[in-house]
Design a binder for this molecule. Structure first.
Ligand code: SIN
Length: 490
């Protein structure tokens, strides 16, 4: 299918150059997207700006009604959307269903915010005066979303923006534009006012840059690589944008000597190799107490024998392809580095080339052991099905190793000791901590984001997302009939 931009409620075809959409499981072409330019961004921002004047005045509970309708449509189409998602992104069908469900949950959760959007009332220091704070919409917001969660992450950003009274211009990833197209169709079906949601396809350097530089886009919410996020930060800073940046991770599972090792292995396999290791929260380090290292490794290797690799549309498959050839080569490059650094390759380490996998982009789930915490493979984000096992002597060392990377998204600890668990959750320097579970599995009503190089202090999801898409406005109402002067010390 040849996708078109969705601008001002219309499907716009400007006879632009196109690029193909490829199914990573088979290499088949699924369609094309237009390679838009600054002209299309300008048109989308104009439409969004015009629409926002009216949208901001629609009562929040009425804005929320659209979100309920969007949520119900997503639910109606869940299976169809999951199939499209697996085709364009490659994740296995049960994960794709889960991701669409996240979109449904986010729609309904944020619709609930239409009747909350709480501010504060507070006493004034003066008599006959009333003080309160309210959340005000910001205006036109720019959303730049990644390919690994093409619908969930989009809804984490779009729905709080909408319920708060903003309109948006959204640049989805070139790799996974079909979910954006499907969402645009839903926006049309629920009669979302024209111009409230605008979608423009194209490359980061051209249209991403045009969005960040555009004077009428006040907020940029970005999820993607650290390299691109840093560029957005630099350019956005120059243009004084409000920025919400969500970038890399180097997430670890800690396995203590008192852990349930079978459970830990399940958690590691799921969070390291699910989505072919392409979650921001994916486990890419296992920090293990020396007394259980060997047993854990044996159990892990046994569990990995059961992993089936292939096209995610096959319900028996547990690990699908990675997103494209460049990703495959990047992962392979890091495996080469691991070998050069002297880590021991326990299993995996290959691009899979046996038919029919040779048609797509498949990497064998890979485990390195005897890894030092400062090796490159233990420090840099690989974004593929590769883990590094690092041995430690105690909890303090485990926490120090966990915190030794420049990222701080997710961490996890397996232990049965309440003291160990509470000390760890306090000292692990990550935005998300799991206890007796792997590093993935964020729920939409909690803040999602990380510390240090993972982000810039903002959060997607949960009530915290509203902070990105609203300004606080403080309102003082003086009903004394006199000019009461605050801050005058008489
Ligand atoms: C992600 O990591 O990008 C998605 C959230 C999760 O699975 O925790």
């Amino acid at each position: 299918m040849d996708l078109k931009n969705f601008i001002g409620g219309e499907w716009v075809d400007n006879n632009l150059q196109t690029m193909p959409i490829i199914n990573p499981a088979t290499g088949d072409q699924l369609g094309t997207i237009p390679l838009s330019t600054k002209t299309e961004i300008d048109a989308a921002v104009n439409a969004a700006k015009k629409a926002q004047k009216h949208w901001a005045l629609v009562p929040a509970p009425k804005r929320a009604d659209y979100l309920y309708e969007i949520g119900f449509k997503l639910k109606e189409k869940k299976e169809y959307l999951a199939q499209v998602l697996t085709r364009e992104m490659g994740k296995v069908i049960e994960e794709a269903r889960g991701e669409v469900q996240e979109g449904i949950d986010m729609a309904l959760y944020m619709a609930g915010e239409g009747r909350r959007l709480f501010g504060e009332t507070t006493p004034s220091e003066l008599a006959n005066k009333f003080a309160m704070s309210v959340r005000a919409p910001i205006g036109v917001v720019g959303l730049i979303t990644p390919w690994n969660f093409p619908i969930a992450i989009a809804t984490w950003k779009a729905f709080p923006a909408l319920v708060a009274g903003n309109t948006f211009v959204w640049k989805p990833s070139n790799e996974t534009p079909m979910m954006a197209y499907e969402l645009a169709k839903i926006f049309e079906e629920v009669d979302l006012p024209k111009g409230v949601a605008n979608i423009v396809f194209g490359t980061g350097p051209t249209i991403g840059t045009a969005m960040v530089e555009h004077p009428d886009i006040r907020v940029i919410s970005f999820t993607g690589s650290t390299a691109t996020g840093s560029k957005v930060a630099e350019l956005g800073g120059k243009h004084l944008k409000k920025l919400s940046l969500e970038m890399g991770g180097k997430n670890a599972v800690i396995v203590m000597d008192d852990a349930d090792l079978d459970l830990a292995v399940e958690g590691i396999v799921w969070s390291a190799f699910g989505t072919a290791g392409q979650r921001c929260t994916a486990c890419s380090r296992v920090i293990v107490h020396s007394s259980v290292k060997k047993v854990l490794e044996d159990k892990l290797l046994t569990a990995m024998e059961r992993i089936t690799i292939g096209d995610g549309l096959d319900p028996h498959v547990k690990v699908g392809p990675v997103i494209n050839r460049a990703a495959l080569e990047k992962i392979n490059h890091y495996v080469g580095i691991g070998n050069q650094e002297g880590a021991t390759l326990l299993t995996g380490g290959r691009i899979l080339t046996e038919a029919p996998l040779d048609r797509g982009f498949y990497f064998e789930p890979t485990v390195f052991t005897d890894v030092n915490a400062d090796m490159i493979i233990a420090q840099e984000e690989i974004f593929g099905p590769v883990i590094s096992i690092i041995e430690v002597a105690n909890l303090d060392e485990a926490i120090a190793v966990n915190n030794s990377v420049r990222f701080g998204l997710s961490s996890s600890i397996f232990s049965r000791d309440v003291n160990t668990i509470f000390k760890a959750q306090q000292l692990l320097d990550t935005g998300i901590v799991y206890v007796n579970a792997g590093t993935t599995g964020a729920e939409i009503h909690l803040p999602f984001g990380g510390t240090k190089g993972t982000g810039n202090g903002h959060r997607d999801s949960g009530q915290a997302a509203l902070d990105v898409y609203t300004e606080w406005k403080s309102i003082y109402v003086d009903y004394s009939g006199t000019l009461q002067r605050a801050q005058i010390d008489t």
